[in-house]
Design a binder for this molecule. Structure first.
Ligand code: AMP
Length: 214
């Protein structure tokens, strides 16, 4: 990639994007169109040195790991699930805060040595239950995890919890906190070596507007 090519920053659509756009604006980076209101996936910005991609969270580390994006903004939950090979996790942006938790039907008994666990976080769930000496029979779902205990598909779920309203609305209760989650700035390791100036400048701009130390 030439020195002139813009830095490509991959953002996670949804809550992280909503919280990230004001941060970017404070850092002087405004997309040509509002990404949530456009069908485009690549956006030029007010800074000719930076272009944005808007992706599903689980795809952000994939683009950054392979160098198709130089940097990305993604939830810690996604990094815990996918691993950080080939990536530097440089800043906690302090946005899109939530918790990764276990949950079950309100008042349900503790699981025995084996438990059926429905989740999209299969690696995190397996590790967490293994650390408690429980063998998790993982049922992989891509959404609506809350339904699984209600319909008897699983005794437990592992999911993102913010207010807990979604759980309560479905007769579930939050149980154990596996991790505190917020959005992180990640950078491709090779890109950091090849193009340190624009990438360090990007990290410094994020650090300045979030008050976090790089
Ligand atoms: P709540 O009802 O406020 O506990 O929100 C629960 C749902 O909102 C979860 O199932 C998640 O899918 C989603 N959610 C909440 N916070 C976040 C976040 N910071 N990032 C991504 N998804 C979130």
């Amino acid at each position: 990639m030439s020195e002139q090519a813009p830095v490509t920053l991959a953002l996670t659509r949804g809550r992280i994007l909503d919280d990230c756009l004001p941060l970017l604006a404070r850092a002087g980076v405004v997309p040509e169109e509002h990404p949530a209101k456009s069908r485009k996936l690549v956006f030029r910005t007010s800074d000719p040195g930076i272009r944005l991609l808007v992706l599903r969270g689980s795809d952000v580390p994939v683009y950054v790991r392979h160098g198709a994006a130089d940097a990305g903004v993604v939830g810690r939950d996604v990094l815990m699930e996918a691993g950080s090979d080939g990536l530097y996790e440089l800043l906690d942006l302090g946005i899109a805060r939530c918790r990764l938790m276990t949950a079950g039907l309100a008042g349900s008994p503790e699981p025995g040595p084996r438990a059926r666990v429905a989740t999209k976080f299969v690696n995190i769930a397996r590790r967490f239950y293994a650390s408690k000496g429980i063998q998790a029979d993982i049922i992989e779902l891509s959404g609506a995890m809350e339904l699984a205990p209600v319909l008897g598909l699983a005794e437990r779920i592992v999911d993102i919890v913010d207010t807990g309203n979604t759980l309560r609305a479905n007769g579930l209760e939050a149980l154990e906190t596996i991790a505190e989650v917020s959005a992180r700035l990640i950078v491709n390791k090779a890109a950091m070596k090849l193009r340190p100036e624009p990438l360090k400048a990007l990290v410094a701009r994020f650090a300045a507007v979030t008050g976090s130390a790089p």
